[in-house]
Ligand binder design. Sequence first.
Ligand code: SF4
Length: 616
Amino acid sequence: MSYTKQILRVNLTAGTCSAEPLNMEWATQYLGQRGLATKYLAAEIDPACDPLGPDNKLIFATGPLTGTPAATGGRYSVITKGPLTGAIACSNSGGYFGAELKFAGWDMVIFEGRSATPVYLLIEDGLATLLDASALWGKTVWETEETIKGRHQDPQLRVASIGRAGESGVLFAAIVNDLHRAAGRSGVGAVMGSKNLKAVAVRGTRTDAYAVADPDGFFKAVNAAKAVLAGNGVTGQGLPAYGTQVLMNVINEVGALPTRNGTGVQFEGARAISGEAMHEPRATDGKPNLINHNGCFGCTIACGRISKMDPGHFSIKDKPQYRGASGGVEYEAAWALGAACGVNDLEALTYVNFLCNEDGVDPITLGSTIGAAMELFELGLITREEAGLELPFGSAPALVQLAELTVRNEGFGAVIGLGSKRLCAKYGRPELSMSVKGLEFPAYDGRALQGMGLEYATSNRGACHVRGYMVSPEVLGIPVKMDPAATEGKAPMLKAFQDLTAVVDSAGICLFTTFAWSADDIQSQLQPALGGDWPVSRLMEAGERIWNLERQFNLAAGLTAKDDTLPPRMLTEGAKTGPYQGKVTQLDKMMPEYYQVRGWSPEGVPTAETAGRLGL
Ligand code: SF4
């Protein structure tokens, strides 16, 4: 069994920390991390509660492979009710924090209540202490991590914290660990801030914290799976060389790159902000943006980007603190801050990405919301006087200035900090928010990729690309090539992807492994780690159970089938260019079949038969 079998419960209202045994019956049904923490959350909170009130809980959870030698086995997730959506929120991060939590002897930390004053949690193996964070309040993520390590004289502490955005109620605030790895989406940092919890610092030294059931079988399977990653073109070459940015030109070519708030599907500036461009010498100083790549705990892919900006760029000319190397743009951030805003200045995108890491903000929602504001400005609905600046599409200075205001929740940044749904509603054009359930789209257009459109509409946490990545079959041909324009077969394929992704997110490994790993490769490692009998069919059923539990949480929170939709633009305005010109997302053709293969009623509710079969 690859669990520590211990949960740490922290009552922030009372200021207490206590240990309790992990519910192993639930662990066999929900695996760990995303699935198991959702089970705890659903059992312990009223799904209708205020996400930013003391009745919401915030759970940091590892999976059974977290901290093991399995490739990419360093993941943890943060699970809560999300403030942008009012739906289940689960945000996954890499780096080293998750593995350290496991080494300290904890599968999960549950935060409940709200502290009267700012605090941070220090975990040293089995010892957990809440400490005063008054002096840290107002500090950035980077300052917080440095200060905590210095205060405890332990450079090996792993720290996950919020910046000024999470403190001040930016609804898409992130939790950042290891300086530039983030539980980025869904506003989990805003929930952490609402609890007056500044940081969690952990140091784990227990090599006996957990044990896999069959060590020999496990190491054999892990080595074989690592060989699969190394031999695959995406995980062995593309991701290490270009990171996820390998996708920028590919997705632009197929006409699936949402541009200028979704008014277009191809960006003429895509090449300038691509992974290839990050490698090339800049015209200004002759040096490339990208200086290195790195990996999370146990990762043999190492897709992380390390960038260094042109010191003469307008954004940092007077800010020497940004001249060092730091986390560079991934594909989603480059798209949201770039194509979605019509900005083709790679250095400006890098600077804003640094800001997002430094102050804990989701760059996808930030870029999408600024893109929506730019469209509202061009329509004359936001004025220069109101915003305090001109906001045309394509303006790098506007992007930079608005991002600076937003991470501090100041001026017009306080409006951007509400996300695009609330921004567009404020200006009387709710349909211009490119979001589902209040969470903004990632970097793929559902008019070109029908399966992605269905995925956005049905994803439990709002528009999401990591809840069943249909780009794999529709663009990359993994595991089979599907016609992006076709609607036939998309519903059952999406269900399989969603269920498998729930397994991956609950196991403690990175989703990027699935570019190379099949369900069999994952099963071959989980089986000896967990012990017992875990055929693929049982794992997939666990994934389906997790998906349906999340659905039930959302229904209890007040969401309905009406929320399983897309903005009118995706359903009525045909793509203007590209191979799928004229196409819209044909949700009406796919949704009935999706509900049917899910075993849900036409109203989108799991039937009694489905709930009974899954033990819900
Ligand atoms: S593939 Fe990338 S994100 Fe995933 S664990 Fe490795 S470095 Fe981290």
